[in-house]
Design a protein around this ligand. Structure first.
Ligand code: SF4
Ligand code: SF4
Length: 166
């Protein structure tokens, strides 16, 4: 008997996931995106906040000021680093190791863990658009085997480290 034809991959699946997530743009996974000189000029013209590092390099700091909810407000002008990145939840979805529902559940769990970190930050701590994880780390506010470690472990294990094939 012939194997049933493989159904085509829905090209919009990862887009649907990302539009319900935005965690990478919000700075939950990385602190910044590296930029070319042309991208720096383009983002400045678009009114997107960029930052000069001590070594002189100008980068896109995360959370990104172009993020509106979970949507990129400069999508057509976003830099190459943004275009190229797909987290491991997205890759698992693309490779059908996860259903959209399962991938969304992982995003919701990550959001829950990040909110738990945010809830531990004292009032008045300066965020400047950064993820609560970055703020907690920067100020050494959440130590030990608490919410920060739990959130970091979950994000690393689900969003950054390639998962074994099912
Ligand atoms: S963290 Fe992954 S799922 Fe979320 S917006 Fe970024 S690439 Fe998409
Ligand atoms: S430019 Fe757009 S895709 Fe890139 S980090 Fe900002 S919001 Fe995300």
């Amino acid at each position: 008997m012939d194997r049933a034809p493989t159904p085509p991959i829905d090209a919009d699946l990862v887009s649907k996931l990302c539009l319900a997530c935005g965690l990478c743009c919000a700075g939950a996974l990385f602190t910044h995106v590296t930029l070319s000189a042309e991208e720096v000029a383009r983002l400045r013209a678009l009114g997107v906040r960029v930052r000069k590092k001590r070594n002189g390099a100008v980068v896109l700091p995360l959370g990104c000021s172009a993020l509106e909810g979970a949507r990129c407000s400069v999508y057509d002008g976003r830099p190459a680093g943004c275009r190229a990145f797909v987290c491991e939840v997205g890759r698992a979805l693309e490779g059908r190791a996860l259903t959209l529902e399962a991938a969304l559940a992982e995003v919701r769990e990550a959001q829950r863990l990040i909110e738990a970190v945010a809830a531990e930050l004292p009032a008045g701590v300066e965020h400047q658009g950064a993820s609560p994880l970055q703020v907690a780390q920067r100020h050494g506010l959440v130590n030990g085997p608490g919410p920060l470690r739990a959130a970091q472990a979950y994000l690393r294990g689900h969003f950054l480290e390639p998962r074994a094939a099912p």
